[in-house]
Design a protein around this ligand. Structure first.
Ligand code: SF4
Ligand code: SF4
Length: 402
């Protein structure tokens, strides 16, 4: 929607912020992009409005109305939550349109906020969550996780999500090493299995590794998911009750628990369960697990939490075969649908940004520790490639007539 933001996060893979050379899409440009998406997909299930920070775009409410009018089933709004926390009227207008709020939420500790976002945003996050609960807006908490910064907080984030009435899902994303991000060693990158291991270690009474399933889009290393039923301190991973792998095709791109899972859970408690079927076996499991079954059934939507672990590719992990199966695309106003990981890693973002803003946007390169001598800062905070140091050039045979 825009390249501007009311934050300048040290880990912004989009390179967004308060810089002056930006763009804000017009109504016509957004319409052209949505039309291209509908042409390609037929009946798209979900679109995410993202930025920069989309809530500061003056036409954001019109964009949501337009996406819904084009028959897109679910509109999600990717936000840092600051405007939601501070602007009561905006929240009320948003609530009438019922987008799903995809809320940046990296942890509960001050240091996590300072290192990943450059500011302590804990009060804003709590205020945004409270507003969403009051307004009946469903929320997905989205945590960027970096090794040694906030990977010790994943259990606390799940606990917090369960305690929040508005929250329906938690999405953990290992930090994408594209655009702006902290210096990192590619050999020490955080992976989906690392995140799952941390969840299990930090919440051993609730989870084991087998509760998480890789989703078949686009690759097993891309996305894993689990669902839980939660009632107070009693938390039961749904894969222990249902054969979740039977539903994975439906949960591929979801940011909220899938209705088919709800249907299967209702069957689990239903008197019509066929003797000997997995539903009856599941029913027994569930009685044993201590959930108050009729009560859970009444409030199934409120008690089901989806946990997603999503690793986006960067320049070090980019795999063309994965891109060919990509199910998360960036919609460009000129009608192109570009796989998200390619958009961030091989120059598309800079190309589109340049064409929409009219000014030069340098190539973003990874801020890897081994490359530090070759990197130069840009006005956008991300790094670009500089001239190699003279002694490095002299150390080669090139041009020396040998
Ligand atoms: S990560 Fe999100 S909130 Fe932070 S600067 Fe980028 S767009 Fe803004
Ligand atoms: S965005 Fe696309 S290419 Fe990237 S990990 Fe997800 S599905 Fe794969």
């Amino acid at each position: 929607m825009n390249s501007h933001c009311n934050l300048d996060c040290p880990i912004c893979f989009a390179g967004s912020g308060h810089h002056t050379q930006g763009f804000s899409l017009t109504l016509d440009q957004v319409e052209a992009g949505l039309d291209a998406f509908v042409r390609a997909e037929g009946q798209p299930e979900v679109v995410m409005l993202s930025g920069g920070e989309p809530t500061i775009h003056p036409l954001i409410l019109e964009f949501i109305v337009m996406a819904k009018a084009k028959g897109i089933g679910m509109v999600t709004l990717n936000t840092n939550g600051i405007r939601l926390a501070r602007d009561r009227r905006f929240g009320e207008e948003l609530a009438e349109l019922e987008p799903v709020i995809y809320l940046q939420f990296d942890g509960l500790e001050e240091q996590t906020h300072l290192r990943l976002r450059g500011r302590d945003l804990r009060a804003e996050k709590e205020a945004a969550l409270q507003r969403c609960a009051e307004l009946g807006l469903a929320v997905a908490l989205v945590a960027a996780i970096e090794r040694g910064v906030n990977d010790h907080e994943v259990g606390a984030i799940v606990r917090h999500a369960i305690s929040q009435p508005a929250v329906r899902s938690v999405v953990f994303q290992p930090v994408t090493h594209a655009g702006r991000h902290l210096p990192f060693d590619p050999m020490q990158r955080l992976t989906n299995p690392d995140v799952i291991t941390s969840i299990v270690e930090q919440l051993p009474d609730w989870f084991r590794p087998a509760d998480f399933f890789p989703v078949p889009c686009c690759f097993p290393s891309c996305r894993s998911v689990t669902y839980v039923l939660a009632e107070g301190e009693t938390v039961v991973p749904i894969p222990r009750l249902l054969a979740l792998e039977d539903y994975l095709d439906y949960v591929t791109n979801r940011v909220l628990p899938d209705p088919s899972i709800r249907g299967a859970l209702e069957k689990l408690w239903s008197a019509s369960a066929v003797p000997g079927s997995t539903t009856v076996a599941g029913q027994l499991d569930c009685i044993a697990c201590g959930l108050d079954s009729p009560n859970v059934l009444d409030q199934l939507a409120d008690r089901t939490l989806m946990i997603v672990v999503q690793d986006f590719q960067d320049a070090y992990t980019l795999n063309v075969r994965q891109l060919m199966k990509c199910c998360v695309v960036e919609i460009v106003p000129d009608g192109r649908l570009i796989p998200f990981c390619a958009y961030n890693s091989v120059g598309y973002r800079e190309q589109v940004w340049e064409s929409l803003s009219g000014g030069h946007v340098p190539a973003m390169v990874p801020n890897a520790t081994a490359l530090q001598d070759l990197l130069q800062p840009t006005q956008f905070g991300f790094k670009t490639i500089g001239e190699p140091r003279r002694e490095q050039r002299d150390a080669t045979n090139i041009g020396q007539g040998l």
